[in-house]
Design a protein around this ligand. Structure first.
Ligand code: HEC
Length: 116
């Protein structure tokens, strides 16, 4: 009996740590936003800092900012960082969620299920 509940508890912990927990696109965008340090220049919620306010920027503009050669004012290129077009698309969905009820505000991108 004790052994069974141990395995049940272990299974629950293991599944909450597993990578099976994909977030929705907005959550994955928040994760990429934090993981690639976009917030360091654009502020925690894209409202601007050393870089401009980019809330509600479309996916094409996010990817051209990340990989385009039209950058003039100090944004680094994300070529070679492992960032993908899917990340850019998710980041745009995150940026679109800002100011809405769906906006994620957690800071821990490294845990499978981030929370406040
Ligand atoms: C080192 C600071 C820095 C980091 C890190 C940074 N940015 Fe920027 N970003 C800037 C600056 C400065 C500008 C404005 C000038 C320019 O376009 O280079 C900018 C511009 C932009 C623009 C607007 C481009 C336009 O055409 O108006 C977008 C979108 C953007 N960044 C997205 C991102 C995303 C997404 C990340 C993370 C993957 C990120 N930035 C990381 C500094 C940064």
């Amino acid at each position: 009996m004790r052994t069974i509940s141990f395995y049940v508890a272990f299974g629950m912990i293991a599944s909450s740590l597993g990578s099976a927990h994909a977030l929705d696109a907005v959550g994955e965008g928040r994760r990429a936003w934090l993981r690639f340090n976009c917030y360091g220049c654009h502020g925690g919620n894209g409202a601007g800092g050393m870089g401009p306010n980019i809330q509600h920027t479309e996916a094409g503009d996010v990817s051209s900012a990340m990989w385009g050669d039209a950058r003039e004012g100090g944004m680094r290129s994300f070529a070679g960082t492992g960032a993908t077009l899917q990340d850019a698309s998710n980041i745009a969905k995150y940026l679109a969620s800002i100011g809405t009820a769906r906006e994620p505000k957690w800071l821990q991108w490294w845990v499978p299920v981030p929370h406040k």
